[in-house]
Design a protein. Structure first.
Length: 437
């Protein structure tokens, strides 16, 4: 692997792409440490230290922003608005005929959908930025901090508008940096920035586990977390690479004096067809009742029940609800992202068929049957990976954040594998051996 890295840097155009990507990453990480106007930096740092290891409802968003959310910096919202906008547009493509028609138009339609995604990203950034500023002003961002109400000393309308504009502009810059990596660097830019945001929180999270540990000064807990993390990475790599290959045979056709077709190929159906989306959906849905309870006044019965059952990750009701939601969203997302009837129609149009299965409706029914069969182990695997951090914390009696969470491991391994494959393909084009030998 080290030899492959050396050959990658010795290749001029590949070296430029790698250095360009690293430069964008440095700019992105620098922006996550620049506070926005109107924020008392010292009070924010004090609250971050007091809330270390207990980020509560904002833990997921803070992870996607590389820790910038709780720092209230210009990149506080990070890549999360773009991820949300992309998911919303992908879901609306199934519902709105206009978007579905654009998707079928090829590159021009994809460019139009990308433009809509940018507009929706800015709108969501304004909405989320306003919510973050309001939360910081009310002191709810750091519930247990002694100076939580003094994070935003000046609560004038002009200051609030300025803070929202700065965070919205920061989100637009992050989106632009991601597109620059996609165009001139290595890999998918948005995925690379997401990878960097999550990886940046690992050192502090690992050290927090060590400091909170009680066995041998915390080193036993620290080592156990490392071992569990490596096992999870191996499991995720194994399952993410697993796929069910449905064989497809194309009939031979004679056009003039030339014959076309007669080739054999396959349809790769991944075991985890939905990726990390079900985990994000389930986490976001479970945050909603807790968030509503946090901002509601009084001590009503439903608020007490939510605070007791749906805010603690080690509660049985929370664990069961989280697992069932992940399984449900796995089937839901696969159902809307893969259309067996459309695949069967395209195969029939070009003379393709699955051996032993008639073309048309029987092919669609067979693909749907296979997809349902492999989605069950994929959804159970997602639920297991997502619950490992909770089980680890319960086992040690720790209240900190497990750094190798299900969402973070899935994203890091997925992005890492895809980036390595892209570098490998470019090396093999130049007759070099790649990383995977």
């Amino acid at each position: 692997m080290l030899t492959a890295f050396a050959r990658a840097f010795r290749t001029p155009d590949l070296r430029k792409k790698l250095l360009f990507t690293l430069g964008i990453i440095v700019v992105y990480r620098a922006g996550t440490h620049i506070p926005i106007p109107g924020v008392n930096y010292r009070n924010v740092q004090q609250c971050v230290r007091e809330a270390s290891g207990n980020q509560g409802l904002f833990g997921l968003v803070n992870m996607f922003s590389g820790g910038a959310l709780l720092q209230i910096t210009i990149f506080a919202l990070g890549i999360m608005p773009y991820i949300t906008a992309s998911i919303i547009l992908q879901l609306l493509t199934v519902v709105i005929p206009r978007l579905e028609a654009l998707k079928k138009e090829g590159q021009a339609g994809t460019a139009k959908i990308t433009q809509y995604t940018r507009y929706l990203t800015v709108a969501l950034a304004i909405l989320q930025g306003t919510g973050l500023v309001a939360t910081a002003r009310s002191g709810a961002l750091f519930g247990n901090c002694s100076v939580a109400n003094q994070i935003v000393p000046d609560q004038a309308i002009f200051t609030t508008i300025t803070m929202v504009i700065c965070m919205t502009a920061g989100t637009a810059v992050v989106m632009w940096l991601g597109e620059l990596i996609t165009d001139r660097g290595i890999g998918n830019g948005m995925s690379i920035l997401m990878f960097i945001s999550i990886a940046a929180t690992f050192p502090s999270a690992l050290w927090a586990i060590k400091k909170q540990g009680t066995l041998a000064g915390g080193w036993i807990e620290f080592g156990t977390v490392i071992v569990v993390g490596l096992v999870m990475v191996a499991l995720v790599v194994f399952v993410e690479q697993a796929q069910r290959r449905v064989p497809v045979q194309y009939a031979k056709r004679m056009i003039g004096r030339r014959s076309y077709g007669g080739t054999s190929t396959y349809i790769p159906l991944k075991v985890n067809q939905a990726g990390v989306i079900p985990v994000i959906f389930a986490s976001s849905l479970l945050y909603i009742p807790a968030l509503v309870a946090q901002f509601s006044g009084g001590r009503s019965g439903w608020k007490t029940w939510v605070e007791q059952n749906l805010t603690k990750g080690d509660h049985p009701i929370y664990i069961v609800s989280y697992f069932l939601l992940i399984v449900f969203f796995a089937f839901f997302y696969v159902a809307i992202s893969f259309n067996p009837e459309e695949v069967a129609d395209n195969m029939k149009k070009y003379g393709g068929f699955i051996p032993g299965i008639r073309a048309g409706r029987p092919t669609a029914e067979y693909l749907s049957y296979v997809l349902n069969r492999i989605t069950w182990p994929g959804s159970l695997y997602l639920g297991l990976i997502a619950l490992v951090p909770t089980m680890a914390l319960v086992g040690f009696g720790s209240q900190g954040n497990f750094p190798f969470g299900g969402t973070s491991i899935l994203i890091i391994v997925g992005v890492g594998l895809e980036t390595v494959k892209q570098i490998e393909s470019q090396l093999q084009q130049r007759n070099y051996e790649g990383f995977l030998r």
